[in-house]
Design a protein around this ligand. Structure first.
Ligand SMILES: C[S@@+](CC[C@H](N)C(=O)[O-])C[C@H]1O[C@@H](n2cnc3c(N)ncnc32)[C@H](O)[C@@H]1O
Length: 108
């Protein structure tokens, strides 16, 4: 929090220390942008918990979905899942570890 204050950004940042498996389910939203970079085997569940609270036109992004990471933890399952959703359009940025960018185009 001291760093956020020093940068003059503390009024825009709500930082919480918790187990994200529990916290993410409790967050109310709505969100227009989400970046996921925690435990890869939980990516699909984070997405499932957040997707209903994402605004139409918003994006859910996930890091390390490309290259050698593709088969790591739950990444393969996550990518397969988001590509199966008709209400999300997903593209991939392949720089670095790769980022999946899933744009929400409809509620269902
Ligand atoms: C790859 S690092 C994130 C790096 C971050 N994006 C950055 O640029 O500094 C993954 C982080 O997720 C945290 N993490 C993993 N599982 C978590 C969980 N269930 N709850 C909260 N944090 C978790 C790890 O402790 C680690 O700090």
């Amino acid at each position: 929090m001291a760093n956020f204050r020093e940068c003059g950004l503390s009024e825009f940042i709500d930082a919480r220390l918790a187990d994200a498996h529990d916290l993410v389910k409790q967050l109310k939203g709505p969100f227009d942008f989400v970046f996921s970079d925690a435990d890869k085997e939980w990516y699909k569940q984070y997405f499932i918990d957040v997707a209903p609270k994402l605004e139409i036109g918003g994006c859910f992004t996930a890091h390390n979905v490309y290259g050698r990471r593709r088969g790591y933890g739950g990444i393969g399952e996550y990518v397969e899942y988001i590509l199966s959703l008709k209400n999300f359009e997903t593209t991939f940025n392949t720089d670095g570890g790769g980022v999946a960018i899933s744009y929400k185009r409809a509620e269902k």
